[in-house]
Design a protein around this ligand. Structure first.
Ligand SMILES: *Cc1c(COP(=O)(O)O)cnc(C)c1O
Length: 376
């Protein structure tokens, strides 16, 4: 890691204070394993906050997505329709199952999956005699996708939706928490997300059986027998009780973290909004974003690489937007439907430091240098 003292990072963990009590209690009581009271406690907190009926805590967001696709019935050789504008962890689980991603372009309002491109892709695949097995829908940077339109299309064709809400815990669409619209919703508690368990994930669903199955598969699919017997292939994907303790402390401050990240976005927009050609991601009607990361589109002739390296000189970490999956060498032979909007966003976009723990001084420093670099 690129560390010099005083560095302003993109997004770091931010403890609320009670995490250590839960984690310490787990150690004192010797629940230092993938069982113990913090697990149902954390799962309960996730249900409370999202209004989901059922939740299971897992070892990572990627593990959650892998299980979700398996649980909605994705089989080797199947096709899964997947947002192209995302982190690779949305798409890799499709490959884990021996299935094939078909990438779907974004629309300009939310930068997430375009309902039109989705519709076109389904029509294309059906014409080829291939019925898509699932839709992997991503809410990027915390912004909810156009859920109403996408769920309507999914329902019309009877295709299950898995929501990759790894970046969007606490975001809402039409007043409802993201992750609750699809058959299953996945969250990540990786260290750079809005809250963290140091590494972890979760699945939520209205369907108790799906979550019970996820729990079963996440602990090596042990049949109910007095010895180790297995009828299905399982995984070692359960969260540890120590991590779940950190998660319980973090859930206490989730609302506060969302407000802090939204305030950071508003500060950047207020300070930099006047710069000719600089664009912020707006929040369309019906959407409430947790503003996990503030992202901007840079004015010409600046490029993400030039601004990133200039800020690096000042010990400030920034990052380009996700490079879309249809432009990744890993996926170059996979079908893709769209007009390369995400490719153009990738060429112009930059993620700014967005940690909820950023001080006013640090934010002022970032803004000062952005003004220096971007004002003409
Ligand atoms: C972080 C992330 C994941 C994966 O979560 P991990 O907990 O790191 O495995 C999946 N999808 C998106 C969009 C993410 O940002």
């Amino acid at each position: 890691m690129n560390y010099r003292p005083g560095r302003i990072f993109l997004s770091v963990p931010h403890m609320g204070g009670h995490e250590k009590n839960y984690a310490l209690k787990a150690i004192e009581d010797n629940w230092v394993t993938t069982a113990g009271p913090n697990l149902p406690g954390f799962e309960h907190d996730i249900c409370q906050h999202t209004n989901a009926r059922h939740a299971v805590a897992l070892s990572s967001g990627t593990a959650a997505l892998h299980l979700a696709l398996r649980l909605v019935g994705v089989q080797p050789g199947d096709e899964v329709l997947c947002s192209t504008f995302t982190f690779v962890a949305s798409a890799n689980p499709i490959l884990y199952l021996g299935a094939q991603p078909v990438f779907i372009e974004s629309e300009p309002d939310t930068w997430n999956m375009s309902p039109e491109a989705l519709h076109e892709a389904i029509a294309d695949r059906l014409r080829l005699g291939k019925r898509p097995a699932a839709i992997m829908l991503v809410h990027l940077y915390g912004m909810p996708a156009k859920l109403k339109e996408i769920i309507a299309i999914a329902d019309q064709y009877g295709i299950p939706v898995v929501e990759d809400a790894a970046e969007a815990l606490g975001s809402r669409y039409s007043g409802h928490q993201v992750g609750t619209f699809g058959r299953l919703g996945a969250f990540s508690f990786n260290g750079n997300k809005i809250i963290t368990t140091s590494g972890g994930g979760a699945l939520i669903s209205e369907d108790e059986q799906l979550i019970e199955n996820a729990r079963f598969l996440s602990t090596q699919a042990k049949d109910p027998a007095p010895f180790y017997q297995h009828s299905q292939m399982g995984y070692n994907y359960r969260m540890s009780n120590i991590s779940a303790g950190i998660g319980r402390g973090q859930m206490e401050v989730l609302e506060k973290r969302i407000k802090q990240r939204r305030d950071i976005f508003n500060f950047y927009r207020q300070q930099l909004g006047h710069i000719e050609g600089l664009e912020f991601q707006v929040e369309p009607k019906a959407c409430f974003s947790n503003r996990w990361l503030t992202t901007v589109l840079l004015p010409e002739p600046h490029t993400p690489a030039s601004i990133q390296s200039a800020l690096e000189e000042e010990n400030i970490e920034t990052r380009p937007l996700w490079k879309p999956m249809h432009l990744q060498p890993l996926f170059e032979h996979h079908p893709y439907v769209g007009n390369n909007l995400s490719g153009r966003l990738f060429e112009r976009g930059l993620c700014l430091p967005s940690s909820s723990s950023l001080t006013e001084e640090e934010l002022d420093k970032v803004v000062k240098h952005l003004k220096r670099l971007l004002e003409v």
